[in-house]
Design a protein around this ligand. Structure first.
Ligand SMILES: Nc1ncnc2c1ncn2[C@@H]1O[C@H](COP(=O)(O)OP(=O)(O)OP(=O)(O)O)[C@@H](O)[C@H]1O
Ligand SMILES: [Mg+2]
Length: 470
C-alpha cells in the first residue's frame, strides 16, 4: 500500500507540481507598454529594433542620444578576460595594493560587460523588448551599469569595503534575473526565432556568470584579507578596524578566493550524489538510503583547477536528472525491496577520467533514455516543450543557479533549465556538456572541463550579426 502511494507520487510528482504552478497569460502580460514606457531607461522604440529613438517613452531624444553615447563608449571596449590560473596567482601573496587593484579592475570591468548585454537587449526585436520581464532585467542592468561606472576609484581599504557593499547589493538584486529572463523568453517564444532567443539567453547567462565570478572573487578575497589582517593585528571578531587607514607595511595573505587549485573531482561527485539522493528521498518520501546508489569509478584521485560552485552545479544537475528518471522508471520495484533485499534501483555510474589537459566525467544511468520528442530540444530554452515549463519561474522570485538552492526550489518543479544552464557553466570555462541517449536503456552525459585553468573565459562581447523576427 505504502509503496503503491510512493509509486503514484513518483510518477505524478513532476507533472502535478508543474500543473499547479500558475501560468500567466501571455497576452495579458506581453503588451504591458505602461511598464515599458515608464522607466528612465526604456527599451521602447518605433522601428523593428529597440535601438532606434522614439518618443513614446516620454524621454527626450536628446536624453536617449546622450545615454546611448555613454553606452557606446563602453561597448567599444572588449572585456579584459581572465583565466582561473590568473585568479589563483593573483590571490597568492595578496597585498593591500593588489586588493585595491582587484577592486579597480572589477569596478571598471563590470560596466563594460554590462554595456554589451544592455546593447543585446536594445537589438532584440521591438515586440520582445516590450515584455515586462525582459524590461525589468534591462532596467536592473542599466542601474548597475550606472552605479559601477560612476563609482569613484578605490584608493583605500575603506573605499574597498564600500565598494564591496555595492557589489554585494548588486549580486542580491540580480538574483531575480534568471526567473525574469526565463519568464520573458517563454512569453516571447512565438515572437522571436528560437535560434535568436537561445543565442540571447546563452549570451545573457554566460555573461552573468562572468560578472558574478569577478564580483564574488573580489568579495571573498576582500573578506579573507580582512580576516587575516584582523588576526595579524590580534583583534577580536567584535573589534572594528574601520579606522585603520592601511594594512601594516609588508602584510600579505595567501588566499585564492572562490577558486580551488586542486579540487578533488571524486569528492565533489560524492557530495552532489549525497545531496541529490537526500533531495529525492525527501521529495518522494522514500526510505532513507533507498535512492539510486552512485558508484564512482576511474581516476578517483584526480584533481583540477576550478571554481567548485560551478563544477558542483553541473554534476548535481546531471545526477538530479539521472536520479529522478531512474526513480520514475523503477518505482514499481520499491514493493519488492525488503529491508535486507537488493536495492530497488539500478545504480548510477560516474566515471572520472583525467588527462593532461582535461577532466572528463561521465554520468551513466538506466533511466530508459530521453524520449525522442524531447531529445532534439534539450539544449533549447525556447522550444514550445521547454518554453512552457519556463512558466514555472512564476512560482519563484530568485534563482542564482547554485547547488545550495535545492532547499528553496522544489525538485519536483521542472524548468527545463538544468542541461542548458550546465552547458553554459562548462562553456564559460572552455569546456562542454554532451548527452547521449540510449533508447530503451539509459543516458550517458559527459562533462569536459580544462584541467589546468589556463583557458580564458569564453565570453563574447559582440552581438551575432543576424536578427530575425518570426
Ligand atoms: N538522465 C536522463 N534520463 C532521462 N531523461 C532525461 C535525463 N536527463 C535529461 N532528460 C530529459 O531531458 C529533459 C531536459 O532536462 P533538463 O535537465 O534540462 O530539464 P529538467 O530536468 O526537465 O528541468 P530542471 O533541470 O530545470 O529541473 C528532461 O525533462 C528529460 O525529459
Ligand atoms: Mg534537470
Amino acid at each position: 500500500m505504502r509503496s503503491d502511494m510512493m509509486l503514484k507520487q513518483v510518477s505524478a510528482g513532476r507533472m502535478a507540481v508543474t500543473k499547479s504552478v500558475h501560468v500567466a497569460s501571455y497576452t495579458s502580460r506581453r503588451l504591458s507598454t505602461k511598464v515599458a514606457s515608464s522607466s528612465s531607461s526604456s527599451m521602447g522604440c518605433s522601428g523593428s529594433h529597440l535601438r532606434s529613438p522614439q518618443t513614446q517613452s516620454g524621454r527626450s531624444l536628446q536624453q536617449k542620444f546622450y545615454e546611448n553615447r555613454i553606452l557606446d563608449r563602453y561597448t567599444s571596449q572588449e572585456p579584459k578576460k581572465v583565466t582561473l590560473r590568473q585568479l589563483v596567482l593573483f590571490g597568492r601573496q595578496l597585498t593591500e595594493d593588489k586588493l585595491i587593484a582587484s577592486a579597480n579592475y572589477v569596478r571598471s570591468e563590470l560596466p563594460v560587460r554590462l554595456a554589451h548585454r544592455i546593447s543585446d537587449f536594445q537589438y532584440l526585436p521591438y515586440i520582445a523588448g516590450t515584455n515586462p520581464h525582459l524590461k525589468m532585467v534591462y532596467d536592473l542592468y542599466w542601474r548597475a551599469f550606472d552605479e559601477f561606472r560612476k563609482f569613484p576609484p578605490v584608493k583605500t581599504l575603506d573605499d574597498n569595503r564600500r565598494f564591496c557593499d555595492n557589489v554585494k547589493k548588486n549580486l542580491l538584486e540580480h538574483s531575480q534575473v534568471i526567473p525574469q529572463l526565463g519568464m520573458g523568453v517563454s512569453e516571447c517564444a512565438d515572437l522571436v526565432s528560437p535560434d535568436e532567443i537561445d543565442r540571447f539567453m546563452n549570451q545573457m547567462l554566460i555573461s552573468r556568470i562572468s560578472r558574478r565570478t569577478l564580483g564574488e572573487q573580489h568579495l571573498v578575497l576582500s573578506e579573507q584579507f580582512d580576516d587575516d589582517l584582523r588576526a595579524h593585528l590580534g583583534l577580536r571578531p567584535s573589534e572594528s578596524f574601520a579606522q585603520l587607514g592601511a594594512a601594516p607595511r609588508g602584510f600579505a595573505t595567501q588566499r585564492i578566493g572562490i577558486v580551488r587549485a586542486d579540487c578533488s573531482v571524486a569528492q565533489i561527485v560524492h557530495e552532489c550524489a549525497h545531496r541529490a539522493a537526500g533531495v529525492y528521498e525527501d521529495a518522494y518520501h522514500l526510505p532513507p538510503g533507498s535512492a539510486p546508489q552512485v558508484l564512482v569509478e576511474g581516476h578517483t584521485d584526480a584533481t583540477f583547477m576550478c571554481i567548485p560552485a560551478h563544477f558542483s552545479y553541473i554534476v548535481h544537475e546531471l545526477l538530479r536528472n539521472s536520479m529522478s528518471h531512474v526513480i520514475s522508471r523503477f518505482a514499481g520495484r520499491l514493493e519488492d525491496a525488503g529491508p535486507d533485499g537488493a536495492p530497488a534501483f539500478p545504480p548510477i555510474r560516474v566515471t572520472i577520467c583525467s588527462s593532461h589537459n582535461d577532466i572528463v566525467v561521465r554520468v551513466s544511468d538506466e533511466s530508459g533514455g530521453i524520449s525522442a520528442d524531447v531529445l532534439p530540444y534539450i539544449w533549447s530554452f525556447t522550444h514550445p516543450l521547454k518554453a512552457k515549463r519556463l512558466h514555472n519561474f512564476h512560482a519563484i522570485h530568485r534563482m542564482e543557479a547554485r547547488i545550495d538552492e535545492v532547499d528553496s526550489v522544489s525538485p519536483l518543479v521542472s524548468f527545463g533549465f538544468g542541461l542548458p544552464m550546465s552547458r553554459v557553466y562548462a562553456k564559460y570555462w572552455g569546456g562542454d556538456v554532451t548527452v547521449h541517449s540510449l533508447p530503451g536503456y539509459g543516458v550517458d552525459a559527459y562533462v569536459q572541463l580544462p584541467r589546468l585553468g589556463n583557458v580564458v573565459e569564453n565570453i563574447s562581447a559582440r552581438r551575432p550579426p543576424q536578427q530575425t523576427v518570426v
